[in-house]
Design a protein around this ligand. Structure first.
Ligand SMILES: [Zn+2]
Length: 220
């Protein structure tokens, strides 16, 4: 949850800088209805290689579409946390179209931020998405299932695939084993490009006894 300092800052920020659509710059919302209409939501899930530990990947949209990468950057880096609802709804729409079936052993977890970055940013973008998705499908959310034990450089700033894999190695630990044991964990994040972050989280979850891991990301 945002700190008081961030809430106060946001209050003034909203007055000084009203929302403009990330797509067409129209005033009012960060994503206006007509730009929302233009977003292509995928109809099929992906099946990543077995070594990733992720059985199925539900990736709602293409990260290389300019509107999507701009929306996600806006959401992550500045005072637009309302966007979480628009982005989570893309994920929900995709899951529905791609025939996602809820099961009794499902739980939801979010890719965590290191506490230092969480403090700096004021919110975890994956956590807000996970909460909304969990609420929609009525699947239990376990916000404390994973922790980031290494403060890595942001993956998005690294272009080299090998650097990304090295950067994220050993970054996560499952800190609530009883919550994940014998469960199928739906792991939520905003973006997955190389899949390295999801794979590292999947490894930690499986070490803790998770039955399988499904990825849920807004964009890939
Ligand atoms: Zn627009």
């Amino acid at each position: 949850m945002p700190s008081l300092k961030n809430k106060v800052l946001k209050f003034f920020f909203d007055i000084l800088f009203p929302a403009f659509c990330v797509g067409c710059k129209k005033e009012g919302r960060f994503l206006c209805p007509s730009c929302r209409q233009k977003i292509v939501v995928k109809r099929v899930p992906e099946y990543p290689p077995q070594k990733t530990g992720v059985k199925t990947l539900f990736a709602a949209t293409d990260y290389h579409a300019k509107l999507i990468s701009d929306l996600i950057a806006r959401y992550k880096y500045g005072f637009a946390d309302e966007l979480h609802a628009d982005l989570a709804d893309l994920l929900i729409e995709h899951a529905r179209r791609a025939q996602f079936q809820k099961r009794d052993d499902h739980i939801i977890a979010a890719v965590p931020l290191h506490r230092r970055r969480l403090h700096w940013r004021g919110f975890n973008q994956a956590d807000l998405l996970a909460r909304r998705v969990a609420g929609h499908f009525a699947i239990p959310y376990r916000p404390g299932a994973l922790a980031r034990i290494k403060n890595t450089a942001p993956q998005i700033e690294m272009t080299d695939r090998k650097d990304r894999l090295e950067n994220i190695k050993g970054a996560f630990a499952c800190v609530d084993k009883s919550a994940v044991r014998n469960k199928t964990v739906i792991l939520v994040d905003d973006v997955s490009t190389t899949g390295a972050t999801l794979a590292e989280c999947a490894w930690a979850l499986k070490q803790a006894g998770a039955r399988s891991v499904i990825g849920f990301v807004v964009a890939k």
